[in-house]
Design a protein around this ligand. Structure first.
Ligand code: HAM
Length: 414
């Protein structure tokens, strides 16, 4: 690989693509603000310990995907693969426990060493919310409603389906885990290599396997719902009632378990058929044990994160940016005057480009190329008279305007 190419799985976002990313992040932040989420920006670098046990040492993210390195001082550092553990770390190290309940919104790049494909990158962007300090299901309902509203604001709600499941409390999970392992031990020969490796360490992840043989074996496996205790069942029932009450449609997917270890009770994903294999646009769940497991005060939490790169693939085209005007100075005196004229017009709120060099035809071509709606032609004779020509590039008409009136005239044309 040439060192002058972007690193595999990373990319340059240029022009219109960048604008689409900004639109998504801004729409998400505006929508989160409607719910009272405050922004938080945690570092891209964290101590590796922040992720190791919290996400689960046998999770794909920790075992295969993290960018881990020793810095020059010998500290073990990880480029953050996701946002939740960093927010939990900040909650503890900044003493945010004084301010519960806490509603946080974040957006920014994440890093995972995965095989790149459509909708999957090694550096990708997420935005997400975390609601800390509320153990009631109202919090789950509210964050899922916020997710649905973001997708609606981005005009992709018709492409996204909400998949929902519960993985219960710890007692239910342990009961299920024992039974699932007992069943799968009887079918070890039919399991894929990956699933065999997970059998002792992280059997619930086998439910998530894409391997056809595994899926066939799982068809007769014990089901989670049989092992949910009463409290877990009641929590899930209240969640479904709450979502239905808000008119939010969902499907229950009993095999949805999510790839990170910190979850309990609610897990969900908004998926789409519009991209291909990487079908999750937004995903999350409840993580009541996470902050305690990191040494903080026991604090429940629920939240989600969305993949900006995937949303960018499916949002509709944006309305084009307003077209600029282009100043076309002809001759030395006009060239000297052009920057000041540009500044005056920009101060009046106009988008202004200046044709820097070449003859009239070259400068007019540049105006055309950047999609200018008008050219302000400033020649020596015009300058001496205190006027300029406005050439309307949409209609091809031209008129003379006093320099003092230019801003007003151009604003009127827009
Ligand atoms: P996650 O499911 O790992 O959850 O990621 C959330 C979303 O990030 C995915 O649904 C997907 O849209 C996007 N994403 C993940 N990996 C990639 C990738 N390699 N390329 C492009 N997009 C990707 C979490 O990260 C949890 N922290 C979510 C959460 C917040 N749970 C509770 N609070």
């Amino acid at each position: 690989m040439s060192h002058l190419q972007p690193v595999r799985g990373t990319r340059d976002l240029i022009g219109g693509t960048c604008r689409r990313f900004r639109h998504i992040a801004r729409t998400a932040a505006d929508t989160a603000a409607l719910y009272g989420f405050e922004e938080i920006e945690t570092p891209l670098l964290e101590s590796s310990a922040v992720f190791l046990r919290t996400l689960g040492e046998t999770s794909d993210v920790v075992s295969k995907q993290m960018y881990v390195f020793q810095d020059r001082g010998g500290d073990e550092i990880t480029l953050r693969p996701e946002g939740t553990a960093g927010v939990a770390r900040a909650f503890i190290s900044e003493g945010l426990g004084q301010h519960l309940p806490l509603k946080l919104f974040y957006a920014g790049p994440m890093f995972r060493y995965e095989r790149p494909q459509k909708g999957r990158y090694r550096q990708f962007q997420q935005f997400g919310v975390e609601l800390l300090g509320v153990d009631s299901v109202q919090a789950d309902i509210e964050v899922i409603a916020a997710a649905a509203r973001v997708l609606r604001a981005l005009k992709v709600d018709h492409l996204a389906k909400l998949q929902l499941n519960t993985i219960g409390d710890q007692e239910s999970r342990e009961a299920y885990r024992r039974n699932l392992v007992a069943y799968l031990r009887g079918h070890v020969a039919e399991l894929s290599e990956d699933s065999r490796a997970r059998l002792e360490k992280n059997p619930l992840r086998i439910l998530d396997s894409k391997d056809d043989g595994d899926r066939a074996t799982l068809r007769n496996a014990p089901r989670f719902e049989e092992f949910l205790n009463e409290a877990s069942k009641a929590f899930f029932a209240r969640l479904q009632d709450g979502l239905s009450g808000l008119g939010l449609a969902f499907e229950i997917d009993p095999l949805l378990v999510r790839g990170l270890d910190y979850y309990c009770h609610t897990v969900f994903e908004f998926t789409t058929d519009a991209i291909g294999a990487q079908n999750a646009l937004l995903a999350g769940g409840r993580y009541d044990g996470l902050i305690k497991s990191m040494g903080g005060p026991p604090t429940p939490g629920v939240g989600w994160a969305a993949g900006t790169d995937r949303l960018e693939l499916v949002i509709p085209e944006l309305t084009p940016a307003p077209r600029p005007v282009s100043i076309v100075p002809l001759g030395e005196a006009a060239e000297r005057e052009a920057p000041a004229l540009g500044e005056r017009l920009r101060a009046a709120g106009l988008r202004v480009d200046i044709g820097y060099g070449g003859n009239m035809s070259k400068r007019m071509k540049r105006a055309d190329k950047i999609g200018a709606r008008a050219a302000v032609i400033l020649g020596e004779a015009e300058l001496a008279k205190g006027v300029a020509q406005i050439k309307d590039l949409r209609q091809g008409t031209q008129r003379e305007v006093a320099l003092a009136d230019l801003a007003k005239e151009l604003a009127r044309d827009d």
